[in-house]
Design a binder for this molecule. Structure first.
Ligand code: C2E
Ligand code: CA
Ligand code: CA
Length: 589
């Protein structure tokens, strides 16, 4: 870039500043060099000035330059750092410095105009790529967390905030309340007056509700005419009823829409944790059921009255059956193939648990995993699942099949600090290389206790086990965590993929996630691919691999073996989906 002045911070005492300046000059740069003599000065200078890059040396007083790297990351500073060693070092040491956040490193004895020139050019590219990723992250956050019509948090963000409030409340023992508000006759207004009128009404309702809640509460739009309020701190049932009153009175006055005066009623349902549920989905379900009661009784608002006795009995008996399911060998693993876009071949499988219940038949995981989590059965279940998945993996390797296996983990598992030891034992028992095990975790699993999850994940990562973030896009992820956590893969949630052909917002979200994932060097997997059009779209967006009914449903191990023997995805070099036999792809499972 001719004429460009490179603004560089030099914090490398003991290293000849003039030699560096001369090398940069010889490499053709025009530079403005600033220097700092201590780590504290360097941190301060980097925070205040927008340097193109910083050159750090080993001998920086206080703690040495290396100790400054995690500090920079901790402060969210994205200035690229070139690290200079006093002596040539071994690869492991250099890798440690790179992993800690340096964009390049070399020994002072290697200082040539060519070497430093290359480092500065790479630093600039790194900087541009990082900024792009940050922009994309902000855009994505806006798209995936807020409702575009009202700018209110959407369902995903609401769930996330509720999860956090609940995890705080578990520690300090206070109550958390959720209120669910449903407008009456909204559909009629939409149909009779036009969608534009409906939109205007929703915006006005939003304004009124906003005035009624406190700043510490979260007001969200969950669906077309459904709103919800989270009262995160010390909200008793009485406090929630007070809030319900305020919300209803705020909506009472008529609205003027397109010159017409209309009145719109509403019902509110209340659920308070811990009494009415300990997790966000139970709480919301109970607030919804209370809202229906209020609507039916025309009472304005209602508090959740208690579970339907037959439903809770059923859950109870399922819970006691579940305890025995592991011992009685009633759990089975199904496997869903993942296809690499690059090769057109199966590149791994995801293990999904099913319960063959003696009376209820095949029970899907959504029905029993939450139950297992609530009752503590998740621990033996996870142990069984890992053992079974790795056993199957070793059977496949015996048959000459290379099928890395992905396994889903519950949030609680990550909080167990002995978990990596368990994994190490199982890997050696089945003689499976760690890189052939992928652990899928969700964003909320990390966010519920960042410190502990980070420790467990980095130990797993050091062992060589790959970590994947599941249901990506639905939670509240910060990419800075993903970077710190050394995640290898993200899975674009199927809710976006399923509708990307028809819903523009979803298409934009999928594209943004893929772009951003790739700029961070992550493997991006799309789930929920149900047709060829979606396959083609994802392929042209540069997605790495995918799974979904278009390729195959999850299958038990035996059926998968048959599928693999016959499937073109496995055997033929596929460049183009057109060449595939249509009928043979889907299996009855
Ligand atoms: P998930 O990890 O997001 O798994 C993907 C789910 O999407 C699976 O549902 C799969 O059958 C379904 N699916 C796959 N392709 C398509 C498609 O093309 N279209 C549609 N509409 N759906 C598709 P499944 O097997 O019912 O699992 C549901 C969830 O249960 C999983 O979601 C996972 O979060 C959880 N789960 C399953 N097995 C385990 C387990 O062993 N441990 C834990 N902790 N969770 C599990
Ligand atoms: Ca998964
Ligand atoms: Ca998923």
């Amino acid at each position: 870039m001719p004429g460009r002045v490179e603004k560089i911070l030099l914090a490398a005492p003991g290293i000849d500043e003039d030699a560096i300046a001369a090398a940069l000059l010889a490499a053709g740069f025009t530079v403005e060099l600033h220097s700092a003599g201590t780590a504290v000065d360097a941190l301060e200078a980097i925070t205040e000035h927008d340097f193109d890059c910083a050159i750090l040396g080993e001998d920086l007083p206080d703690d040495g330059g290396e100790a400054l790297l995690p500090d920079l990351q901790g402060h969210g500073i994205e200035t690229p750092v070139i690290f200079l060693f006093n002596e040539p070092v071994q690869t492991a040491r250099a890798m440690r410095v790179m992993r800690a956040g340096a964009s390049d490193c070399f020994a002072i004895s290697e200082l040539t105009p060519e070497r430093i020139g290359r480092a500065v050019v790479m630093a600039r590219r790194y900087h541009i790529a990082r900024n792009k990723a940050i922009d994309a992250e902000k855009r994505l956050a806006m798209q995936t967390l807020f409702d575009p019509l009202t700018n209110l948090p959407n369902r995903g963000l609401f769930f996330d905030r509720t999860d956090r409030a609940l995890s705080v409340s578990r520690r300090d023992g206070r109550e958390v309340a959720i209120l669910m508000l449903d407008l009456h006759r909204f559909r009629d207004i939409n149909n009779v007056l036009s969608h534009k009128a409906g939109d205007q009404l929703l915006r006005e309702v939003t304004e009124r509700l906003r005035e009624a809640v406190r700043t510490s509460d979260t007001l969200a739009r969950l669906g077309a005419d459904e709103f919800a309020v989270l009262m995160p701190t010390g909200a008793s049932a009485a406090g929630a009823m007070g809030m319900a009153d305020r919300l209803l009175s705020a909506l009472m006055a008529p609205y003027t829409i397109h010159g017409q005066k209309i009145a719109v009623g509403a019902s509110v349902g209340i659920a308070v944790s811990p009494k009415h549920g300990m997790d966000s989905s139970t709480l919301l379900r109970h607030a919804e059921s209370a809202c229906l009661d209020a609507k039916r009784d025309n009472s304005g608002y209602a508090i959740f009255a208690g579970d339907d006795p037959t439903e809770s009995l059923r859950q109870l008996s399922l819970a006691s059956d579940l305890r025995n399911a592991v011992d009685n060998n009633e759990l089975v693993l199904f496997y869903q193939p993942k296809i690499s876009f690059e090769t057109g071949h199966v590149c791994g499988v995801e293990a999904l648990t099913r319960w063959r219940h003696p009376e209820h038949g095949l029970v899907p995981p959504d029905r029993f995993i939450p139950l297992a989590e609530q009752t503590g059965v998740i621990e033996p279940l996870t142990t069984w699942l890992l053992n079974e998945a790795l056993r199957q993996r070793s059977i496949w390797s015996g048959q000459g099949l290379n099928l890395p296996v992905s396994v889903n983990l519950s949030p609680a598992t990550l909080q167990d600090e002995s978990f990596p030891d368990q994994i190490a034992e199982l890997l050696s028992r089945w003689d499976v290389p760690p890189t052939d095990l992928i652990l899928e975790i969700t964003e909320s699993a990390i966010m519920s206790d960042v410190m502990r999850a980070t420790r467990t994940v980095s130990r797993l990562n050091d062992m060589g086990v790959h970590i994947s973030i599941d249901d990506f896009g639905t939670g509240y992820t910060s990419f800075s965590y993903i970077r710190k956590l050394a995640v290898r893969e993200i899975k674009v949630d199927k809710s976006f993929v399923l509708n990307m052909r028809t819903v523009n917002d979803d298409a934009v979200i999928v594209r943004t996630i893929i772009e951003m994932g790739k700029s961070l060097g992550l493997n991006v997997v799309a789930e929920g691919v149900e047709d060829e059009e979606t396959w083609n779209a994802l392929q042209s967006l540069g997605c790495n691999s995918c799974q979904g009914y278009f390729i195959s449903e999850p299958l038990d191990a035996q059926t998968l073996d048959l599928w693999l023997a016959e499937s073109r995805w496995r055997t033929a070099p596929v460049g183009n989906v057109e060449q595939l036999p249509r009928g043979g792809l889907r299996s009855a499972g």
